[in-house]
Write a new protein. Structure first.
Length: 400
């Protein structure tokens, strides 16, 4: 696929640039622009599967993107940040990613209000900025467990030092109301009462992080809701409850990292728990180690995901009436559609920092999926997939 500017820059980013150029003369010292871009080519060696959007053909339009950011400083304490990103992947909406007001009364405290990245992971703020991490594709058995990446609300960050320790506390509150992609479908999703907190500890070459997040999720699934109501009216309340995707979701994350000029070890572990039957519980982790010999880096990474549903026993009896037989068969088919999903990924890759702001990358991901595949996440079975595939990728990462 040929990449064009129309693929990468949404219309309102051009309006933002025009607005910025008009104000340039009087705000040159207060208005700053920056950006990032990546061009990623990928190929999956199995025609029976899809992984991170890649199939059995060379593709440039899955992870390539262009991002533009504007920061305007009103004074030493108050600023506003806006970011637009144009994606080539048709399952991601190009547009406004960030728009928030920042207030920093001192060097320790910062408060942000508006649309911003939700701090689930180590790399939440830089998910799309491939230059910020060694891999081409973040370990997907771990990073594809979050259904959404932004929220609208307030976030406070407080940082201080104690002896050799650098400590950072962060808390946020807000909501999410947008569409998410699941099994190639767009689903209206709302998360209210969304809040979380995390703590970061740095000691010499070590960093540690712990995070807790929760929210009340409402997912628009009309067919499941109608079926659930029908079962409830007939007295099959346990099966009806399982078909309800709504409820409290909790997300826990821990990480430990070590890094010096020559070596690094990075790791994260997370658990997603849900009250809704149609939302899976997920346990996932990754660990990655690398060696730096500037301007080159080589690395290896292992990630694993264990996704499982609390499948409820079919309480609808067979053999009493054709109507009940139909309901029981329908419920059984729904259960089969929500399969448990276990997969692992091993990455081997290299990075060449050709210029201070430009890097070339090459990566191989050895994928192994076990048993059935849910098709809701990074791995999709297109038919007769044997559970093993290799993703080959080349990438160019740029920040400016």
């Amino acid at each position: 696929m040929k990449l064009t500017l129309s693929h990468l820059i949404p219309a309102y980013s051009l309006l933002l640039l025009c607005w910025a150029s008009t104000l340039h003369a009087e705000t040159e010292d207060k208005l700053q622009f920056s950006g990032f871009a990546r061009v990623i080519m990928g190929y999956l060696d199995d025609k029976n599967a899809e992984y991170v959007g890649y199939e059995n053909s060379i593709s440039l339009n899955k992870q390539s993107l262009l991002g533009l950011q504007a920061d305007y400083l009103f004074n030493d304490a108050l600023s506003v940040t806006g970011q637009v990103v144009g994606f080539t992947d048709d399952q991601r909406h190009s547009g406004l990613e960030w728009l928030y007001l920042s207030y920093a009364p001192n060097n320790a405290l910062q408060i942000k209000l508006g649309r911003q990245r939700i701090p689930f992971f180590n790399y939440s703020d830089s998910l799309d900025v491939g230059f910020a991490y060694p891999w081409i594709t973040l370990p997907q058995q771990f990073y594809d467990t979050a259904f959404f990446t932004t929220f609208d609300g307030v976030l406070a960050n407080y940082q201080f030092a104690v002896s050799d320790w650098l400590i950072n506390y962060e808390g946020y509150w807000g909501r999410f109301d947008d569409k998410i992609y699941l099994a190639n479908d767009e689903i209206n999703t709302q998360v209210i009462g969304l809040f979380g907190m995390n703590a970061n500890f740095g000691y010499k070459n070590f960093t540690f992080r712990a995070s807790y997040n929760q929210g009340d999720v409402s997912i628009e699934q009309e067919e499941a809701q109608h079926f659930s109501q029908q079962l409830r009216q007939l007295g099959f309340s346990d099966n009806a409850d399982w078909l309800d995707a709504n409820g409290l979701i909790q997300f826990y994350q821990l990480s430990a990292n070590y890094e010096n000029l020559d070596y690094f070890v990075r790791s994260e572990i997370a658990k997603l728990a849900s009250e809704g039957g149609l939302v899976a519980e997920i346990d996932s982790f990754y660990i990655s180690a690398g060696y730096n010999f500037y301007p080159y880096t080589v690395y290896i990474s292992y990630s694993k995901k264990d996704l499982h549903f609390d499948h409820r026993r079919n309480e609808i009896p067979f053999g009493i009436s054709p109507e009940l037989d139909f309901l029981a068969s329908t419920y059984a088919s729904v259960l089969a559609d929500f399969a448990d999903d276990k997969s692992t990924g091993i990455k081997i890759g290299t990075r060449w920092d050709w210029r201070p702001h430009l890097a070339f990358k090459a990566e191989m991901t050895f994928l192994e999926a076990k048993d059935a595949i849910s098709n809701d996440y990074a791995v999709k079975d297109l038919g007769n997939f044997d559970g093993r595939a290799i993703l080959y990728q080349l990438g160019i990462e740029w920040v400016f």
